[in-house]
Write a protein that binds this ligand. Sequence first.
Ligand code: CMC
Length: 362
Amino acid sequence: MKNGLEDVIAAETQLSDVDGEAGRLIIRGVSLDQIVSTATYESIAALLLDGPTERHFSLAEFGPRLGEMREHLFVHLTALDSAALGLPPVDAMRALIARLPDGDDFEAALRLLAAPAVFLPAIIRLQAGQEPLAPDGSLSQAADILRMLTGQLPSKEQTAALDAYLVTISDHGLNASTFAARVVTSTHAGLTSSVLAAISALKGPLHGGAPGPVLDMFDAIGTSANAHDWLSRALDRGERLMGFGHRIYRVRDPRADALKEALRPLVSAAQVDRDRIVLAEAVEHAALAILKERKPGRPLDVNVEFYTALLLDALGFPRGSFTGVFAIGRTVGWIAHAREQALEGRLIRPRSVYIGPVPQAA
Ligand code: CMC
């Protein structure tokens, strides 16, 4: 038995491949570098859902249909009661998604792609005491999310940065949330249920809940000169450094560099706090040196969440909502895996070894 199912193969997939030794990610045969430099949310969604050769719809059709679905879903916000509104954004978003019907068809998939993009910005605004803004289906998903968040049409750089984030995190092998989605799909529960299970797995700090705490860490460290001491003390207390380490990568997570690159145009356009970037680089540098010294047997490097924190902060998302933005981007991966699992068809039902007490003989 392997604790945490480490290295256990539990599915065959044509969706993405994570090479943890080489630090490489491929999605549907395309390398992450190529994806980030050319793809938009709509194009990666079409690629993941349809595959490189078969097409159920053209890209020109997909964007408008997704936009139409966003507009259609806005009315569902009325289901957000005050109890749900008091929850962290990802939980409030999950509560709204839970009210959508289950289904397995393309319409159900489109609904689940649009729902978090509409619900999360609205929840963020409502929690800040602002009116939610209705979607504009003529915009791209990334531009519309930013417009619904801030009330202003985003700049070209901002839209490109969010697109780069959404495509970078669209799929990533059999991570915990994707596995959860596949398990639920294997019971024929429906796509909404699969996505809800996946969001629940994602929100933990060991998976998609890390970027908010990364910003908390920057704030607590405060200055570059303080980085080494602060990080050493955190490790002395037995804490894990958020934004470092990965189950699969034994080298730098390639998504971290993709996002660092995506931040660059925002820095040039003065849309990022430069002091924070300088601090982040100092923290990264100090953490890598200390981790190398403290954990010589375990290569630990920066992961995707480190630069996610900087990017989403620069785009105006409050830190408490970062996991929700992760869910907006990853839903397409979950749905693609759910469809693949449905085709494979067999119930996922592993076994456990009983190590508890046995009945005593009378
Ligand atoms: N800081 C300090 N020590 C660490 C860290 C870290 N971030 N990550 C792993 N270690 C240590 C761990 O304490 C253990 O040491 P020892 O052998 O002395 O007990 C050793 O490295 C091996 O760790 P592990 O528990 O076997 O690693 P894992 O594969 O179970 O954990 C992880 C992977 C991501 C949960 C972990 O690295 C971690 O907790 N990182 C911090 C949280 C974080 O950044 N999460 C986002 C992950 S990336 C998003 C995604 O793709 O899901």
